[in-house]
Design a protein around this ligand. Sequence first.
Ligand code: MN
Length: 319
Amino acid sequence: MTGVFGTREERSEEGGVVADGRAASGRSVDSTPVDVLAWRGTQVGRAEVQRVLPQRRRRLLGAWCFVDYLAPLAVDEIRGLDVAPHPHVGLQTLTWLMCGEALHRDSLGTEQVLRPGALNLMTAGCGVAHSEEASPRYRGELRGLQLWIAQPEATRHAPPAFGHVEQVPIVELGSSRASVLIGTLAGVGSPLSAATPLVGADLRLAPGCLDLPLEPGYEHGLLVVDGAIAVGDRVVSAGEMALWAPGTDGVRLETREAARCLLLGGEPFGESVLMWWNYVARSRAEILEADLSWRARDGRFGAVASPLAPVVAPTPPFS
Ligand code: MN
């Protein structure tokens, strides 16, 4: 098999590939993904975001059920993300900034400025409301990711919670580095974990070749945010997410230029979820119940101390 960025001989020199097609470490070198998804643009608040999950042909990746990349957006002390108060049930929101600052407010009374290197993890459980606003003093470019994790039956009815980590751990992978947002990568664990085993990491790849260890019990996705990466026979470019099925214990990533990508993985979720708007549920009845509570302001979601007016929900298509 010929490497996408070079001949087999070239790869052999740099990566220790032996004749039977396995790396010197014993890891399979056929890193070709089973599928590649492309992101699609949509609007959230005043921001243009690129949505990777969910898609018609891919709803879940482990418990990851929603992946939004926030393209660079100019913000100042007045105009931020401007995502007005809105409700959630049955999911955790993980917010990670690559640059800029944002202010998170929620109905638990949290007011937390988020900066690169830090992480917000909000657990909705039976119901929470939050906003994402301008930080009081930052002006410049804002860029980042918002990810949702579906909560399993065991925890999804529990009360809401909010967690913040000021500096997530960084693992050196040769000359590349990864910030471990949640779960464990290459033996380095984040202080944050989820109710179902999963991993999330922000990889800054140096040019060259990296054997990235993966948890074989997980399904994985690698979203390229900047640059391009060759994996097996495919080149995955910015805006694409390569997918691997469980049973993969590692992939070989090759880059000519520095690249940045988000690794997500988790045990197959094993529960079928019904997602509508900001709710992750199991049935239409549950979604309609949440919808009624938000419209009636019956206290289920609490109130957010925000200058922005709460979002008016769209009408559920099955009401
Ligand atoms: Mn939200």
